[in-house]
Ligand binder design. Structure first.
Ligand SMILES: [Fe+2]
Length: 357
């Protein structure tokens, strides 16, 4: 049987009562539930009332013709299988019905054996259409689910790749007491500056990750140069400058990092174009790179370094104000000053409003 639950319902639509009754009798013998309608209008009412699998439909009827009934019936019941009953000389109307969505047609007078076969054929086709649609629906849901899973998986891998690089940086910084925590501090300060100048949440996060990774290229710097206490020779300085290129090369296979890679490569560019590695100037320099560059200078000035006194936040900002517009993007410097001033207030609040020491 075609349908799994209960008998299949068939609707017979014909204006001639003897034909209606003959068809009804035959189909009832075939174990179908049979409804009848004497006109197109009545057929539409029946379709609203009952769940019908197949409609047998005369073409020539007063009022709504079979040709016009087909699309209206399918609108009510899109899965309806429709068989047209046509006069021998009306192949054109039958073809039109097929175009509009009928499945097949039979020519009157109808052989009951032919009708039985045509009904079964139409119901099998309908069942296949239903199965196909279910399969399509299932496939669509499956694809959606798998896509979400893959995205989740990808994000996880992306996070792991960044976490691995952070671990490398921690290992690198751990060797040098002056560098310890540098990237984490630069990352936090950079993200706060990025928020201060109004970047989006996503961009702020990118700036934070870029801050964490900005010195990854120092993995390629010779230890003797890294650990040198004192001024660098020109050759050593050229060597250390390579860290931005090496850094962006290390990150370049991680396509998901996107603008983060540019921020790493350009964090030593200068606003006036005198920086490295590409001598970019002004807004040619990615905004993330400008922010990290400023945060890095601030961190260098305000933390202990060999041969350099540690400056207070105010002194560091004062010193950096001389670099605004030459080394530093003035807008980024202004944001940095506000952030540092606000942090100062926060510290005092934390200390129970004791005020500056
Ligand atoms: Fe750097």
């Amino acid at each position: 049987m075609v349908e799994t639950s209960g008998p299949v319902s068939v609707l017979v639509v014909d204006d001639e009562e003897p034909i209606r009754n003959a068809l009804k009798k035959f189909l009832a013998q075939q174990q179908f539930d049979v409804y009848t309608a004497a006109s197109g209008e009545e057929a539409l009412q029946q379709l609203h009332r009952h769940k019908v699998a197949l409609m047998l439909c005369d073409i020539r009827m007063p009022g709504t013709s079979g040709v016009d009934l087909v699309p209206q019936a399918l609108e009510i019941e899109p899965d309806l299988a429709i068989l047209m009953l046509t006069a021998i000389n009306d192949a054109t109307s039958a073809a039109l019905c097929m175009q509009r969505g009928a499945m097949d047609y039979l020519t009157k007078p109808i052989e009951l054996a032919d009708l039985g076969r045509a009904v079964q054929r139409a119901l099998r086709r309908r069942e296949m259409q239903l199965e196909n649609r279910q399969l399509n629906q299932w496939l669509k849901e499956e694809v959606t689910t798998r896509t979400v899973e893959l995205q989740r998986e990808r994000h996880k891998l992306e996070r792991i790749s960044v976490a691995t690089l952070e671990a490398l940086i921690n290992a690198l910084e751990a060797k040098d007491p002056y560098l310890r925590g540098h990237s984490a501090r630069v990352a936090d300060l950079s993200a706060t500056i990025a928020g201060q100048i109004g970047l989006s949440d996503e961009e702020v996060e990118q700036v934070r990750v870029a801050g964490r990774l900005h010195d990854i290229g120092k993995i390629g710097t010779r230890e003797a140069v890294m650990e040198k206490q004192g001024p660098l020779t020109p050759e050593e300085y050229e060597h250390i400058k390579q860290h931005v290129i090496i850094g962006s090369q290390i990150l370049s296979p991680l396509a998901h990092l996107g603008p983060i890679i540019g921020a790493v490569r350009h964090h030593h560019e200068r606003w006036d174009g005198s920086g490295y590695p590409d001598g970019l100037r002004g807004e040619e320099i990615p905004v993330g790179a400008r922010i990290i560059g400023a945060a890095e200078v601030y961190d260098a000035l305000s933390s202990s370094r060999p041969y350099q006194e540690k400056l207070t936040p105010e002194q560091a900002i004062e010193r950096m104000s001389q670099l605004s517009g030459t080394v530093l993007d003035p807008k980024v410097f202004d944001a940095l000053s506000s952030v540092v001033a606000r942090r100062g207030t926060l510290v005092y609040l934390d200390e129970g409003g004791a005020g500056p020491e």
